[in-house]
Write a protein that binds this ligand. Structure first.
Ligand SMILES: [Zn+2]
Length: 299
């Protein structure tokens, strides 16, 4: 099926009808890991106060006629219908835009969900854009998928959350694992989440912090997930900065960039910021805050 609406102008993908899933986006050519697939300005954002049926309707009314048509063609799950056609679609399709109740992205909303996504998305505040970046090399004809919700939870929890928020049963490759593979996947994700919570709290014990962060990184990578990896390297960078270990801080900045490339992309403001720190980590606000110098293990 030919692409319609805003997707028609994009070069790396087209919107197609995907059996059992409605519309989705499919790669029209091979895409390299780290390639920015889309950087989209929200059609509108709303404040928490405006996040009502009337508030969303008012925002939609300000859109161009063609954008309005696209908005009304976005998914509206049965359980969200009672909220109204505007608030229901907003809840179904909006994405995180920092310091707002969320934004609507007329193209980005077409990505379907996977618990093992091949595309990462990241809100870039200074650029005021949502960036969608290839997490892996993607072959032409492959569906492009993002994560709508938290990935590092066991399958039952993920499925309940997706059902509650978006009204669908996920049948992604992680959710359809069976037997031992499924048990191991659940274990890796649950452990990663525990480690993720723990790591930033270990700032007083930087050696332990790095050891755990490395474990978290290994687990999430083994699970085939890129989203959320860069934050582990960032925690380690911050520890190295706090303890004034220049060489370790530089090495963790490099590691962060390597991971960030496939999460937020090289064009993101975050990537540019860490690129500076890679050469001069002393620029970071928490440099030396630990009050003593200590060697922090490198990647
Ligand atoms: Zn899934």
């Amino acid at each position: 099926m030919a692409a319609q609406g805003p997707a028609a102008t994009a070069t790396a993908f087209e919107m197609v009808d995907i059996p059992g899933k409605g519309n989705g986006l499919v790669a029209t050519r091979n895409i390299k890991a780290g390639e920015q697939i889309l950087a989209e300005t929200p059609a509108f954002v709303v404040t928490p106060r405006e996040c009502t049926e009337a508030g969303i309707a008012a925002a939609v009314a300000k859109l161009s006629l063609s954008d309005r048509d696209v908005f009304y063609s976005l998914a509206l799950a049965d359980h969200l219908v009672p909220l109204g056609p505007h608030l229901g679609r907003f809840k179904n399709n909006s994405m995180e835009v920092y310091d707002t109740a969320g934004g609507v992205f007329l193209v980005g909303s077409r990505f379907n969900h996977s618990c093992a996504p091949n595309v990462s998305r990241r809100w870039d505040t200074p650029a005021a854009k949502m960036r969608f970046v290839a997490s892996f090399d993607i072959e032409q004809g492959t569906e492009l998928e993002i994560a709508y919700a938290v990935l590092c939870a066991p399958r039952d929890q993920r499925q309940q959350m997706l059902q509650r928020l978006f009204g669908f049963k996920c049948t992604c490759r992680a959710c359809t694992l069976t037997g031992d593979a499924q048990v191991k996947s659940d274990e890796r994700r649950a452990k990663t989440e525990i480690i993720r919570d723990l790591v930033p709290k270990l700032i007083a014990r930087p050696v332990k912090l790095v050891e755990l962060a490395k474990q978290g990184l290994a687990l999430i990578e083994e699970e085939g997930i890129v989203t959320g990896t860069a934050s582990f390297a960032w925690d380690c960078f911050q520890a190295a900065a706090a303890y004034g270990d220049v060489e370790s801080a530089k090495a963790w900045a490099v590691k962060n960039l390597e991971l960030q490339e496939r999460e937020a992309g090289v064009e993101s403001s975050e990537y540019k910021q860490v690129s500076q720190l890679q050469h001069n980590p002393r620029l970071h606000g928490s440099w030396g805050v630990a009050g003593r110098v200590q060697a922090v293990p490198k990647p």
